[in-house]
Design a protein around this ligand. Structure first.
Ligand code: ADP
Length: 303
């Protein structure tokens, strides 16, 4: 069983020939509504792979709230702890994409910004009953810390995907079991660039020291680096794929990692599985629609 405490967003994606200048009105080509948010994406990733998933979050009192709840339920995710927030918009990402590929994005946290410490306390039953709790940083930091503390006190393993990279790291935030940044988040958390292989090893070591956690740095088409508690590090290679949309690769990776750890697999093997899930997500368009099934992942691993 997996619990996810995190963000739920509607992405409004508008395609246009070129982005408007300030004060200008342009005619767009088309528009799509796509369910997103890192929390919801990771919940969908784990559910699609076969996990029993409970989501803890907030949607707004707007029409998007209803749609977002529906898309979680359609994946079989338990939404008993997803609250509707009166007089508040749902989390929104307004994404304008030029035909050249250039984009301009405005993110409104909306209801995600209202997910409170009381909300996670009210959901302590599902957090305590879970094998793994998945956390990201698109909801208030104090809420993330409270969820992590409830989980760890109950023996639920905590995975933190520190995205978006925090500008300040409050006491206790990184005190988790597994810390899972990508390269740029690892650089931001350390306040140092991560360019060479030596930088990478040093960043992982330093994050492990600060947090006391096992550290996994995801490396896109180069797979992932694991820094274990015994100080050893292990490189786990990626599965080759033709990447068309890597936006949700990290979310697929996190959901898959949580699933295999909840099943009792060791960390290196869980990373191998998560690399396969990430590669499949990167090879498909759209975040939630592109999340692989268990069958997809097992086939890629068997090839
Ligand atoms: P994020 O999406 O958070 O920036 P990464 O780009 O590191 O994170 O991707 C997460 C994981 O997805 C990687 O560790 C890898 O397993 C997989 N992945 C991402 N891009 C590719 C790719 N081009 N080829 C193969 N695997 C990929």
């Amino acid at each position: 069983r997996i619990a996810v405490v995190g963000s739920i967003n509607m992405d409004l994606v508008v395609r246009c020939e070129r982005l408007p200048r300030p004060g200008e009105t342009i005619i767009g080509l088309d528009a799509r509504e796509v369910s997103g948010g890192k929390g919801a994406n990771q919940a969908v990733a784990a559910a699609r792979l076969g996990a029993s998933v409970s989501m803890v979050g907030r949607v707004g009192s707007d029409g998007f709230g209803e749609t977002l709840l529906g898309s979680l339920q359609a994946e079989g995710i338990h939404v008993g702890h997803v609250a509707r927030t009166p007089d508040c918009s749902s989390g929104l990402a307004i994404v304008a994409v030029e035909t050249s590929g250039e984009n301009a994005i405005t993110v409104v946290p909306g209801a995600n910004g209202r997910l409170s410490v009381e909300d996670v306390r009210a959901a302590s039953d599902v957090i305590e009953a879970a094998d793994v709790l998945l956390l990201q940083l698109e909801v208030p930091t104090e809420t993330v810390i409270a969820a992590s503390q409830i989980a760890r006190a109950a023996g639920t393993r905590v995975i933190l995907d520190p995205a978006p990279a925090p500008t300040a790291v409050p006491e206790g935030l990184l005190a988790v079991d597994l810390l899972c940044p990508n390269e740029s988040e690892a650089a931001a958390l350390n306040g140092l660039p991560v360019e060479s292989d030596d930088d990478l090893q040093a960043a992982a070591r330093r994050l492990a020291e600060i947090s006391g956690a096992e550290v996994i740095i995801t490396l896109g088409d180069r797979g992932a680096l694991l820094h274990q508690r015994d100080g050893q590090s292990v490189r786990v290679p990626a599965f080759p794929c033709t990447a068309v949309d890597t936006t949700a690769a990290g979310d697929a990776f996190a959901g898959a990692l949580a699933l295999r750890l909840a099943e009792g697999t060791d960390v290196p093997e869980a990373i191998r599985f998560a690399n396969a899930a990430g590669a499949i997500a990167a090879s498909r368009h759209g975040a939630q629609p592109g999340m692989p099934t268990r069958n997809d992942v097992e086939q890629l691993m068997a090839d």
